[in-house]
Ligand binder design. Structure first.
Ligand SMILES: [Zn+2]
Ligand SMILES: [Zn+2]
Length: 630
């Protein structure tokens, strides 16, 4: 027994023997039988391009619900939109779906069941409908239950504006009613993709609410009255708890949960930190994301024109501010969930965004690293007739700086990888890793590919440090992952067992089998639910993970550029590069005809006839010329 094995805890020593069974139970089968949280892995990986739709702007349309929905879906689909946040309940006007839940009312669209019509219209277009629900505001419940209302310090009802109806998340009776309200919607409309809990706050400013009897009691119990950090923590706790319980209702029904929140900005352009935001509104980003049931997506409103108006500063707050703010949000979220950036077309202070600003705002959100972009709203895009512009902005793929790091002797594989990467909007820098790692640039890359072409005894320590600190996308191919610190692997939820260089395997991916000629396989597997298996290697009858990912980290259990053959398993890697690079450009199915064996003895007339015919049919072709026959 070598030293390394002796240091392993007892449970780990048993683990290799259990490896295939463990994987079969935990991950591989669910990934293929569609039992994972989302309906399919493919759509989960597709970046979200979303629009907000508030039906109340469409009341004057003289069309039937079904027709309106068909029209809208076609418009959205034409703009490349794949998700719609549909405001299903207006806190004042009521539901656009059928419900008899206590204290709810229905709008005209509710009686027509607009939601059902929309779900029906969206299905053939694979557009997801997410139920947008303003969080914890509800006029009818507010009127029926004065005791549920958020209270000010002097005991009055908290009113941010005449149209606000805030209810206290600490009140047990309100909690029960609220969760029933969410469950009623989810159970009545199982075709929904999920729910969006929008703009959850206790009150828009600290100190405005909540001082209801329940909240006063909680403050007294913690001796936290009237000032300071403890009071703010106590103030925000039930907001987080009720969000988490709402998220759980969605997850129990295998639905997605989104939480949409405002991001406040300082006058100098910096975003509020999560602590500052919690102190202001009670919304606790860290509390939510570290909870037992965090939402699947966090959708953050970055509305530069709002802050430009508030601070009267159009220099600091311009479309480009969205880039820095998106970066900051992503840093705050720190890979715990995926980030959608919400932008608005709305004018603040009478200043309407021009077309260029609309385009730049959305494009810089992508450049900032957003996994999705959501814009408000459909009605304004309609009014302005800017759907082609929206389509251009949503399909924008920012240039990505990619470092391809390879072991000495792996330059050829790195070059092949670089060729594949040039299929995308990338700028590639190749680095050879010998005994030290020299960073090829001062400004960091957007993604790093490590191409492990030889089995090492150790990785250079500055390389290990760089990879450990690096917060962008990492794609690791083949060898040496086990040489990273145990903490690194643990954070990714992956476990390494061994490498074999004499495996005969076949790769299974999205229902297709791909032959694998090369004999190398790294036995590696998920040890947490966050780590997903995307393709597996069949070795005899046993199934092992082949391609897996966890948030920004991707791993492939062999060197895809090794033993490339027609129809071989390198296709799995080439296909997944679209997810890794987050580029979902339209599929191009290109082909050309090759006129084979043209040689000095060929009849030029025959060739001309073939060429003319192919030209007339607009079929691209090439000539395979053989100058001499030996
Ligand atoms: Zn309260
Ligand atoms: Zn492609």
């Amino acid at each position: 027994m070598n030293k390394k094995e002796m240091n392993m805890p007892a449970s780990n020593r048993i683990w290799p023997a259990l490896l295939p069974i463990v994987f079969l139970l935990n991950s591989v089968i669910p990934a293929y039988s569609g039992e994972s949280r989302f309906h399919s892995i493919h759509t989960e990986l597709e970046r979200q391009k979303a629009v907000r739709f508030d039906p109340s702007y469409y009341y004057d349309r003289d069309t039937e619900a079904a027709e309106l929905c068909r029209d809208l879906i076609q418009t959205w689909s034409g703009a490349g939109i794949n998700a719609v946040y549909l405001k299903v309940y207006d806190p004042i006007h009521g539901a656009v779906y059928r419900t008899r839940y206590p204290h709810t009312i229905q709008t005209d669209y509710g009686r027509l069941d607009l939601l059902k019509a929309m779900l029906r219209a969206a299905a053939p277009y694979q557009i997801k409908i997410i139920a947008w629900i303003p969080a914890f505001q509800h006029k009818q419940a507010w009127e029926a239950h004065p005791e549920w209302r958020i209270k000010t310090r002097d005991g009055n009802d908290y009113k941010h504006s005449t149209d606000s109806y805030f209810l206290c998340q600490r009140d047990p009776a309100f909690q029960e009613w609220w969760l029933g309200f969410i469950a009623d919607l989810l159970d009545s409309y199982p075709e929904l993709d999920g729910i969006d809990l929008a703009e959850p706050v206790v009150s828009w400013n600290d100190d405005e609410g909540c001082f209801c009897d329940f909240c006063l009691k909680a403050l007294e119990d913690h001796n936290a009255f009237p000032e300071g950090r403890v009071r703010r923590l106590i103030r925000s706790q039930p907001l987080t708890d009720l969000l988490v319980q709402s998220v759980r209702l969605a997850h129990e029904r295998e639905k997605r949960a989104v939480v949409t929140t405002v991001a406040s900005a300082h006058a100098d352009g910096r975003l509020f930190s999560p602590d500052e935001q919690r102190a202001l509104t009670g919304f606790d980003l860290d509390g939510l994301l570290d909870s037992a049931d965090p939402p699947d997506l966090i959708n953050v409103e970055l509305i530069w024109q709002q802050w430009a108006h508030l601070y009267d500063d159009h220099r600091t707050f311009s479309p480009h501010w969205t880039f820095h703010a998106a970066r900051e949000v992503i840093r705050q979220v720190d890979q715990r969930v995926r980030v959608i950036i919400h932008v608005e077309l709305t004018a603040f202070g009478g200043k309407v965004m021009n077309d260029e600003q609309v385009l730049e705002t959305i494009q810089t959100a992508w450049e900032g690293g957003a996994w999705g972009v959501d814009f408000y709203d459909s009605h304004q895009a309609d009014e302005r007739g800017i759907w082609p512009l929206i389509a251009e902005a949503l399909s924008y793929n920012p240039l990505k700086k990619v470092w391809v790091i390879t072991d000495e002797g792996g330059e050829n594989d790195a070059r092949q990888l670089a060729t594949l990467l040039r299929h995308f909007n990338t700028h590639i820098t190749q680095v050879v890793l010998d005994n030290a790692f020299v960073s090829p640039g001062t400004s960091g890359p957007d993604m790093v590919f490590y191409v492990g072409t030889k089995q090492r005894g150790a990785l250079p320590s500055d390389f290990v440090r760089f990879m450990t600190d690096y917060s962008g996308v990492i794609c690791w191919l083949n060898y040496n992952i086990q040489l990273m610190p145990p903490e690194f692997l643990k954070n990714l939820g992956i476990g390494f067992d061994r490498v074999s260089n004499e495996v005969s395997a076949e790769i299974h991916f999205r229902g297709i089998r791909f032959p694998k000629e090369d004999p190398t396989l790294n036995y590696i597997g998920p040890e947490s639910e966050a780590c997903r298996v995307l393709a597996s290697a069949m070795v005899d009858t046993l199934e092992f993970p082949y391609a897996l990912y966890n948030r920004q980290f991707w791993y492939f259990a062999d060197l895809p550029t090794n033993y490339v053959q027609e129809g071989g398993r390198h296709i799995v890697f080439a296909e997944l590069l679209h997810e890794i690079l987050r580029e979902d450009h339209r599929k191009k199915k290109t082909a050309l005809v090759r006129i084979e064996d043209v040689n000095p003895l060929s009849n030029p007339e025959d060739i001309r006839a073939v060429a003319n015919y192919l030209g007339s049919q607009k079929v691209p072709f090439t000539l395979g010329l053989t100058p001499f026959y030996l």
